[in-house]
Design a protein around this ligand. Sequence first.
Ligand code: ATP
Length: 137
Amino acid sequence: GKVTFTIIKPGAVERNLTGPILAKMNEAGFVIKALKYTKLKKEQACEFYQEHEGKPFYDYLTDFMSRGPIVVVILEKENAVADFRKLIGSTDPAEAEEGTIRKLYAQDKRENAVHGSDSDASAIRESDFFFSRVERF
Ligand code: ATP
């Protein structure tokens, strides 16, 4: 597919890393199709991450994701989902490759700077969660 969806997570927005992270995405060839600054309520974070309900990190994750402002972005590029997951690196920055966004900017495996869709279907579902049709023209 040609698009993926990303969230710059609260820890990264708080530390003023939005600009550097968006620059990395652009440098890697991703074009911004839609973007907004917003904040999730706890119940909205639970809905967004419902596939993880029941896992030991679910409560921490949904508290963290609703702690402060986030930046949500739809990105366009050939092979977007797979190439973007390469760009962000492993969930745990200790295991992420040099030069990846998580290696550069994540605090730890829980507060790992960015989210990236794991499939074309997730990219569509997640984009629809945050953006209306007029916003994603
Ligand atoms: P994302 O879906 O955010 O791009 P991912 O696909 O690398 O990340 P998932 O397994 O889908 O990771 O987990 C979603 C998020 O939950 C992770 O980004 C991380 O913030 C958190 N998380 C995942 N595994 C753990 C864990 N073992 N302990 C704590 N937090 C975790």
